[in-house]
Design a protein around this ligand. Structure first.
Ligand code: FAD
Length: 544
């Protein structure tokens, strides 16, 4: 727990008088109940993963007061959300919706506009509205975590259903999907697996998308498109609406699973490995998101701080990494492939044999026998996640530094060896130059790979924090020069990333801005989210 003292309490959104702001807050309290409106006038508590702050980013990369909320409100239903939106339009107060606020590495719960009012949807709107065991679907509110959904499926005894989970199970099923988050069963592309939204627009109307627009339908969660334009996409990674319900397809239990681990010796092996992975992944021999990790993270996944391995300055030395890995059951290596095959034993074995034959073509490749790994080994956490069981083990690497924080650089490339190598070489250059440590993971969704570079820093070290932000900026620019863009980013880097998607004189951003001004004429909803600024803010010095 870290409590940060504050000077100016609370932060008021720009453009509104202090007294008028408090008058407005009183009005909202009268509508929602005093207990559901909280002014942010206490020291900032960074909490930890299971108790994340909803007023700011618990892993703040800039100075304390930069990105904090003036107040937090807790709607209990869609009608309350509409009331909040009408109120914000009346007083021109910016709003920032979160589901659970665990978006660590991308800004946590922090609003992009200082002093915005955070709508914490998750606290009271946390119902699992439906789990349909025949269609294998569910309908959830924003506060339903992966743990909650998993436990409910178990409680109801639906042994034929699995859910898909990301590395950490405490996030919101709905919030994660809205930010294009990923998990590690064959249903890992969360946005792709959704069907149907209920959305409160920035002017306070309620819209149901897809089949949800048809009164009396029973197809909302089984057919995402409905009739007419498929508008769901404009509500993801955007500021065009507040999502209050979302449906998903659930994976049928495949009748067994088996995880495997291979290690690869040399940095250059990445190129050959990715060439091998592509056809296997596209043809679904490799059934879940491929996970090719750099071995340094193995040391951090032990949960021990960096200082137990190395006390020197600069990027962690390669020789030291090998020295420790030598005694680890994985052995000295550069890359680790964590994967899982699904289905009954005979089906799995066919796929495992092909994978083994192909992976062993890389000279020096080794299969690590899971039988030799103790139950506490990280491998078993991956095995749980790949079979839809929520876990928290992945948090271990955040402790690499005392008061560890992290920020992510997440470019996308085709699953080609040459592209993977180019991204690796670029990341490595900045890794060494910055002197910070990077944890790298190439995650192959299907045809594309996401490289996730987590840059870890000590939150109490301002030099490390500003270095981390600087190196992210270098990486974004250099990646864009080479033709790569990010699939997701930290809220402080949104303008820069959005700026790299500039084809045809920024035609995409112009279109986004047109939509924004039409849907949100007063510019109250999450100004600046994904680099989209409403007219009231645009070109007035908010862009970073
Ligand atoms: P929120 O923070 O609530 O939502 C995310 C964003 O979406 C919000 O900031 C907001 O802008 C928007 N939003 C949320 N709800 C609404 C709404 N109802 N209406 C409109 N907009 C909304 N992420 C992955 O995807 N996969 C991983 O494997 C993964 N591994 C991680 C490992 C570690 C160690 C850490 C620390 C983080 C990891 N993350 C991963 C990132 C993150 O923790 C998860 O994505 C998490 O699920 C996001 O937080 P949340 O679910 O609480 O969403």
């Amino acid at each position: 727990k870290r409590l940060r003292p504050r000077q100016c309490l609370p932060v008021i959104p720009q453009g509104i008088e202090r007294s008028r702001f408090f008058f407005a807050i009183d009005e909202l309290s009268n509508q929602l109940g005093n207990e559901n409106v909280e002014v942010n006038d206490k020291p900032l508590d960074d909490g930890w993963y299971m108790e994340p702050p909803n007023t700011h980013d618990g892993m703040a990369i800039t100075d304390g007061e930069d990105l904090v909320a003036s107040a937090v409100v807790y709607p209990g239903c869609t009608d309350d959300v509409q009331k909040i939106v009408h109120w914000a339009n009346k007083y021109l107060i910016p709003l920032h919706p979160i589901s659970m606020g665990r978006n660590f590495g991308y800004g946590g719960a922090a609003p992009r506009v200082r002093g915005a009012v955070v709508i914490d949807l998750g606290k009271r709107m946390n119902k699992i509205l439906d789990i349909n065991p025949d269609d294998s679907t569910c309908l959830v509110e924003p506060g339903v975590s992966y743990y909650a959904l998993y436990e409910e499926v178990q409680r109801r005894g639906y042994k034929h259903l699995w859910i898909d989970v990301p590395d950490l199970g405490g996030g919101s099923v709905l919030g994660n999907a809205l930010d294009h988050g990923v998990g590690y069963t064959p249903y890992g592309d969360h946005w792709a697996m959704h069907s149907g939204l209920e959305v409160v627009t920035p002017t306070g109307e309620v819209v149901r998308t897809g089949m949800g627009a048809l009164p009396g339908n029973n197809t909302w969660q089984v057919f995402p498109y409905g009739f007419g334009p498929f508008i769901d996409g404009i509500f993801s990674q955007s500021n065009y609406g507040i999502v209050t319900k979302m449906g998903f397809g659930l994976m049928p239990n495949p009748g067994g699973h088996e995880s495997f681990l291979y290690t690869f010796e040399k940095e250059e092996d990445l190129e050959q490995l990715v060439e091998i992975v592509r056809p296997l992944r596209i043809s679904m021999i490799l059934e879940n998101a491929a996970n090719i990790r750099h071995a340094l993270q193995v040391l951090a996944l032990s949960g021990k701080p960096r200082s137990e391995f190395y006390e020197g300055e600069g990027a962690f030395p390669r020789e030291k990494m090998n020295q420790y890995l030598k005694d680890h059951p994985y052995g000295a290596c550069t890359w680790l492939y964590f994967g899982t095959c699904y289905g009954p034993k005979e089906t799995r074995q066919l796929k495992l044999d092909i994978i083994h034959r192909e992976f062993m073509k890389v000279p020096g490749a080794r299969r690590i026998d899971p039988e030799v790994l103790p139950p506490s080994d990280y491998f078993w956490s991956r095995d749980k996640i790949a079979s839809g069981e929520p876990d928290l083990e992945e948090l271990a690497w955040v402790n690499w530094w005392p008061n560890g924080g992290h920020v992510a650089f997440s470019p996308v490339a085709p699953t080609r060896g040459a592209d993977a190598l180019r991204l690796w070489q670029m990341a490595k250059k900045h890794w060494i130059a910055s002197g910070l440590d990077f944890f790298l993971d190439f995650v192959v969704g299907l045809r594309e790979l996401h490289l996730i570079v987590e840059c870890v820093y000590d939150r109490d070290d301002p030099k490390q924090r500003s270095k981390a932000l600087e190196v992210m900026r270098f990486l974004i620019d250099e990646a864009a020069e080479k033709g790569y863009g990010e699939y997701r980013t930290h809220l402080l880097l949104s303008d820069q990333v959005a700026g790299t998607y500039s084809w045809n004189d920024n035609a995409l951003m112009k279109f986004n801005e047109k939509l924004k001004d039409c849907l949100d004429p007063n510019g109250i909803l999450a100004p600046g989210r994904s680099g989209i600024w409403p007219a009231r803010y645009r070109g007035r010095g908010w862009e970073l």
